[in-house]
Design a protein around this ligand. Sequence first.
Ligand code: SF4
Ligand code: SF4
Length: 253
Amino acid sequence: MLNKTGVPTAEDIKTVSPSEERLIKGPVAIIECFQEIPCNPCTEACKQGAIQPMEDINNLPKLDFNNCNGCGVCLSRCPGLAIFIVDASYSDKEAIVRIPYEYAPVPQVGEKVVGLNRAGEELGSFEVHKVQSGGQKNKTYTIWLVVPKDLVMDVRGIRLGGVRHAAKETIVCRCEDITLDEVKSLISQGYRTIDEIKRVIRAGMGPCQGRTCRMLIAQELAKVYGIPVGDVLMPTFRAPVKPVKLGTFAGGE
Ligand code: SF4
Ligand code: SF4
């Protein structure tokens, strides 16, 4: 399901969710990282020892909820925007969801924005409680959103002021620095599949092997050709599906 739609299932979410007891105690990270990609800034970012060091850089991060204080440092360091901080202890009826955000313009404190679920569906209009800049070198903002308590594990994105469109220079493939504009330009020339686009601009040929850009390109193709994302022809997956040390092939490791 995740490979086909880019949306994690309820079962996927269960594997990264804290117990109800931990959830109501206070802020805690939710690491929604489901693809084995060569990436580990989250493990380096956590000074509480809550995210275990990885033996293999392709491993999925493992979080000890009881050691996590919800500081949010990992959220702003995750290039995959896969980490959220939730605080179900905020008030009797409301919770805070902290969401990584890299679009422009950045919402303002007090502004009402549309809260979205993991599939991009609207869940309601929610107030921005706080906006945290990632600092001079880090363009990831953290948006603190006040949401009804029962939506704390559902709200995972925001949209400002109705329909917005990503800027042309938005990066679609982070490994190869491919922009949305480059992808759109190929689609407008008649390219119809992810494979065709990959062969021309290398989107999906970097270390993560398309785990991020594949679904973003599929969404663009679906939009232009008026078909469901699930109907976009997926590329063929060939071994090795994740980076492997040459020593493994040589039988040495
Ligand atoms: S929120 Fe803070 S304590 Fe929790 S995992 Fe992230 S960096 Fe570690
Ligand atoms: S994408 Fe984010 S959560 Fe996943 S391994 Fe990289 S830094 Fe950690």
